[in-house]
Design a protein around this ligand. Structure first.
Ligand SMILES: C[S@@+](CC[C@H](N)C(=O)[O-])C[C@H]1O[C@@H](n2cnc3c(N)ncnc32)[C@H](O)[C@@H]1O
Length: 217
């Protein structure tokens, strides 16, 4: 992500991105298309969303309860719903949730959409699958869009996430995507403090950057 952030701060690229993302842009996967608002995490430019989409594609999700925690565009939630899962999608970005509501209707798919800071407002107690593509750059987010990238100066996102996970039972198959560009050691240490371990289930290199999907036990 650091590489990506360096790239997007290059003046020319910054300008090009600003122009490209001044209006909602379409993103499609397996015949499901969504409109992504400029204030929402763009799945087009980053590879984590696509890697997770490819990861869930072969899973048997029929009638499984599925949570996409921090859903952004919600494309993962919609693909899970298409595969027959009972899907909950959450975020703290209300624009993302409003767009997901419209996109779900357009695609004739049902997703339970909840505004929630991590697990704060999630009332359901058990999920068969939880998918997390977290913000992991250690900086305080300045606005709602930056919550997609920055996890707080002291990794507050992860501190709260693992603390909340520790206090919940019946959560199975928690998958998180991270990259070699983030502070894996720090994130794993926060998990370990809360009695969680990371088990690597997939590693994928895209444009020289290694991405990892972990099962969190
Ligand atoms: C890297 S983006 C991933 C979006 C989407 N899951 C995907 O893979 O395309 C991270 C998402 O987490 C959301 N987020 C950040 N902090 C959050 C929090 N405390 N609670 C819920 N969602 C949060 C952001 O708004 C953003 O939509």
């Amino acid at each position: 992500m650091r590489k990506f952030i360096k790239k997007i701060t290059h003046p020319f690229l910054k300008y090009a991105l600003k122009v490209y993302y001044h209006k909602p842009r379409k993103y499609c996967y397996d015949s499901i298309c969504v409109q992504v608002h400029p204030k929402v995490f763009p799945p087009h430019l980053t590879f984590s969303t696509k890697i997770l989409l490819d990861f869930i594609q072969p899973l048997d999700l029929k009638d499984k309860t599925f949570l996409e925690l921090g859903c952004g565009s919600g494309i993962i939630a919609l693909i899970a719903a298409k595969k027959g899962a009972l899907v909950t999608a959450t975020d703290i970005n209300q624009t993302a949730l409003n767009y997901l509501d419209k996109n779900a209707k357009k695609n004739n798919l049902t997703v339970e959409i909840t505004y929630s800071d991590l697990f704060d407002s999630i009332t359901k107690h058990s999920f068969d699958y939880i998918i997390i593509n977290p913000p992991y750059y250690p900086k305080k987010p300045k606005n709602i869009k930056e919550n997609a990238w920055f996890c707080g100066e002291n990794f507050e996102y992860f501190e709260k996430l693992f603390h909340q996970l520790r206090n919940r039972n019946n959560l199975q198959n928690i998958f998180m995507i991270l990259s070699e560009d983030c502070d894996l050691k720090k994130i794993k240490s926060i998990a370990s403090k809360n009695n969680f371990t990371f088990h690597l289930v997939e590693s994928k290199t895209v444009f020289k950057e290694k991405n990892y999907i972990y099962l969190i036990n």
